[in-house]
Write a protein that binds this ligand. Structure first.
Ligand SMILES: *Cc1c(COP(=O)(O)O)cnc(C)c1O
Length: 377
């Protein structure tokens, strides 16, 4: 039997064709026709104020840290149960990371634990919409307002997912914070191998974001004919992807609805197919809070601890099914453990030890995995 991979990148069929078009257009550096089409797609579909494709979500987070002028000694609050890039972007600017524990019902940060972590030096909160499921943004935005902080959404996993606040308005994730970072890494719902995007919702950052992305020059303005020569006006780096990457991405975006529907079917099949195992106390299934939607980025289960998890992953592997655990909490990482302030983060530890991500991709037959889990548990 062919092993069932954990992830398998899905191709819509148009990627090669659009890449060919990008190549033949004669402009294959950044901000060509396909980059513009991607920007337009996101700005119209999701109402993001300003979209800028980047070479990764990591890059988009680094841009955000530059834009809010993070300086040595500044503090940034984020979950410990997240990917290293969420933290690295700010560590690169000299910030101290203040880790917040996860919620008991969900790996996202516990919004009720944030306020006591805020000090004179706090500059930003970085909520991570884990598995594409929204953090409670009303609470986070209220704290940001009260203490004059920036909110940078790590929306790496959160494309086409939504949050409904107390006002009843359903808003796309990535449109709520001052800025947001998306990933189009091969493991995400919509992908271009490597790729990302910075969303700028706060008007104050729009012009400088273009400059920082273009090596600290005002070249974007120049290309729009707004100035007659361009030069070095700020710090910056090269954060923009080739139009070849954007061509690939656009083919995926055109099929967003189909991809999302398919993933949703697989997610629902898991949820229904594993419900009896949850009733028997063998596993816990994901919880989607009432204010959040589910973009079916990930299907994870929680075991009753590390030993059971190791046995489950091993059992699945013997059945030719690749399932994986996820983050090792950053407050216990080799790099940051001695810089962390020593607070215990029991929920982050619990997810570190008990979470298993099941295979999830367009062409997956979830029944094979569901049956194997029934045999094992
Ligand atoms: C995937 C991911 C990233 C990094 O994305 P890249 O595009 O690979 O840089 C950052 N944060 C979270 C939460 C992610 O899931």
């Amino acid at each position: 039997m062919q092993p069932i991979a954990f992830n398998k990148p899905y191709l819509t069929g148009k990627e090669g064709h659009y890449i060919y078009q990008a190549v033949m257009s004669g402009k294959i550096s950044g901000d060509g026709i396909f980059t513009k089409q991607c920007h337009e797609f996101f700005e119209t579909q999701f109402g993001f104020r300003k979209c800028l494709l980047t070479t990764s979500c990591t890059d988009a987070l680094e841009m955000a840290a530059l834009l809010i002028d993070i300086k040595p000694g500044d503090e940034v609050i984020m979950p410990s149960f997240t990917f290293v890039s969420t933290a690295n972007a700010f560590v690169l600017r000299g910030a101290k990371i203040v880790f917040c524990d996860s919620r008991a019902d969900h790996p996202g940060m516990d919004e009720d634990l944030i306020e006591p972590l805020i000090t004179e030096r706090t500059r930003a909160i970085v909520p991570v919409h884990y598995a594409g499921v929204a953090c409670d943004m009303d609470k986070i935005m209220a704290l940001a307002k009260k203490y004059d902080l920036f909110v940078i959404e790590d929306a790496a996993q959160a494309i086409d997912s939504y949050y409904t606040g107390a006002d009843g308005v359903k808003r796309p994730l990535g449109s709520i914070g001052h800025m947001a970072a998306f990933s189009f890494h091969e493991t995400k719902n919509i992908m271009s191998g490597e790729g990302g995007m910075l969303v700028v919702n706060d008007e104050r950052f729009v012009e400088r974001a273009e400059i920082i992305r273009e090596k600290g020059t005002n070249r974007s303005k120049f290309f729009r004919g707004e100035i007659d020569k361009y030069g070095w006006v700020d710090v910056g780096s090269s954060f923009l992807p080739s139009d070849i990457i954007a061509a690939f991405l656009f083919a995926q975006l055109e099929n967003l609805e189909d991809i999302q529907n398919k993933r949703r079917q697989i997610w629902d099949a898991y949820k229904v197919g594993l419900a009896d195992l949850e009733e028997k106390g063998k596993l816990k299934l994901p919880v989607i809070p009432p204010y959040a939607t589910n973009n079916s980025h990930m299907f994870y289960v929680l075991t009753n601890g590390l030993e059971e998890r190791t046995a489950l992953i091993e059992g699945l592997r013997k059945n030719n099914i690749i399932a994986v655990f996820h983050y090792l909490s950053l407050h216990k990482s080799a790099f940051y453990a001695d810089k962390h302030d020593g607070r215990d983060l029991p929920q982050a530890d619990r997810y570190t030890n008990s979470l298993v991500r099941l295979p999830m991709y367009y062409e997956l037959d979830a029944d094979v995995v569901i049956n194997a889990l029934h045999q094992l548990l």
